[in-house]
Ligand binder design. Structure first.
Ligand SMILES: C[S@@+](CC[C@H](N)C(=O)[O-])C[C@H]1O[C@@H](n2cnc3c(N)ncnc32)[C@H](O)[C@@H]1O
Length: 393
């Protein structure tokens, strides 16, 4: 969940009949969608409405996840999901929080003015992650130096609550090391361990020690929407299960072999597998995938290659992991916008050459190029879906 200053101050309210209200409330809370600062509502028909953190009407998949989460089967009318106005907008809430805190700490003559408030944040479970510049200006540092530790704690706690969390952290650049560890500085809370659910899939990890790419949410949902029934999958860069868990829980994969070298990510991955009840369908291969992938030769129907800027270093291993009858690859890559078509063609040619060298007579075709997000100016994070099938001579 994220916010930004150019988002309209709107919010989704889900309505249901009174007898199903408890179940709907619990389901929204479990999914991490319930907006804690707004009262539930009752309309003329006696239906109960719960404001949510979402600022756009639910997708079909979100509605499905909500139905699955409910403890008693309930229905809600799609027509009755409405967008309401500004009173519960988190930006307003943030402003009010700061006003109250300043009034408590400074006399009117000495009250700081013009302090910048965050316009962007991310919420993972009960942890709110602010961007690097939040509360980090010269002006803010001056104000924070004028109050004691207890008052700083009060501020962080109130900011977290204004944004729907209980813990607060500030993000810095993701480190350019092999595990792409984030630099998250915890401002409030006992740890950066987060637990949350997305499309009915439970995730858990320590945000201080793993990389979790929230910006790739559309790709996570796309992969989780594919039917992988009975498939054996290799996830070459499994992390905390960003793709592994949706493949097991939503796509119905038979088994995932997850390669990962960061022990902190593996802790999250195993936690998620247990929380989703899919631990029997997961084998974790800890270590560098250059060493672990060769032991997975010829067993997979699909191989997921989710490393940026490129996973090219393991393409030959990935091809070798596929069954002799072929399979599917999902290749992530950062590509300059105007070079995407050229890159697609080059990639297919490279894979054809690698398959030939490995003695595999396959047709290699690109099925789809997904534009995930803008990575940097002019550079797009894309995913190429590649089908390898036995060549009919
Ligand atoms: C871009 S992250 C993707 C993580 C995952 N998609 C997620 O968001 O949870 C890349 C992951 O690959 C892991 N990794 C990078 N190089 C690796 C290697 N050579 N062998 C195994 N794992 C590797 C990192 O530790 C990290 O967890």
């Amino acid at each position: 969940m994220s916010g930004s200053s150019d988002q309209a101050p709107v919010q989704v309210v889900v309505w249901t009949a009174k007898e199903h209200a408890t179940s709907l409330h619990a389901a929204l809370k479990a999914l991490g969608w319930h907006y804690p600062f707004a009262q539930s509502k009752v309309n003329k028909e006696g239906e109960v409405g719960f404001p949510c953190l979402q600022t756009e009407p639910f997708s079909k998949e979100e509605l499905r996840a909500l139905e699955l989460k409910a403890t008693d089967p309930f229905t809600f009318n799609l027509q009755s999901i409405e967008i309401t106005g500004r009173s519960v907008n988190p930006h307003e809430q943030l402003k009010r929080t700061l006003e109250v805190w300043c009034a408590h700490n400074f006399t009117s003559n000495h009250r700081p003015t013009g302090l910048q408030l965050p316009t962007k944040w991310e919420r993972l479970g009960d942890l709110v992650i602010l961007s690097e510049e939040a509360f980090n200006s010269v002006q803010w540092n001056e104000v924070l130096n004028r109050v004691n530790e207890a008052e700083k704690t009060n501020l962080w706690q109130a900011i977290a609550q204004s944004l729907g969390g209980t813990k607060l952290a500030r993000q810095a650049q993701i480190l350019d090391n092999i595990t792409r560890s984030p630099q998250v500085c915890l401002l409030h809370g006992d740890s950066a361990w987060v637990e949350f659910s997305d499309y009915g899939v439970q995730f858990g990890f320590d945000a201080e020690h793993v990389m979790f790419s929230s910006g790739n949410v559309t790709e996570r949902h796309r992969i989780g929407s594919m039917d992988m029934s009975d498939e054996i999958i290799v996830d070459a860069y499994a992390g905390t299960g960003y793709y592994t868990l949706p493949m097991l829980v939503r796509s119905n994969a038979a088994h995932v072999h997850a390669c990962e070298l960061n022990p902190a990510s593996i802790t999250g991955l195993r936690w998620g597998a247990n929380a989703n009840g899919v631990e029997q369908k997961l084998t974790v291969h800890q270590g560098n995938n250059q060493d672990t992938l060769p032991s997975l030769k010829g067993l997979a129907d699909r191989c997921h290659l989710g490393l940026l800027p490129s996973s090219e270093g393991v393409w030959a291993h990935a091809l070798a992991c596929l069954k002799p009858t072929g399979g599917m690859l999902h290749i992530h890559m950062n590509v300059e916008k105007e070079r995407i078509e050229e890159w697609r063609a080059d990639t297919i040619a490279t894979l054809e050459m690698m398959a030939e060298e490995a003695g595999r007579s396959w047709n290699i075709t690109s099925v789809h190029v997904e534009h995930v997000k803008s990575f940097s100016p002019g550079v797009i994070h894309v995913v190429l879906d590649v089908l390898c099938s036995v060549r009919v001579e």
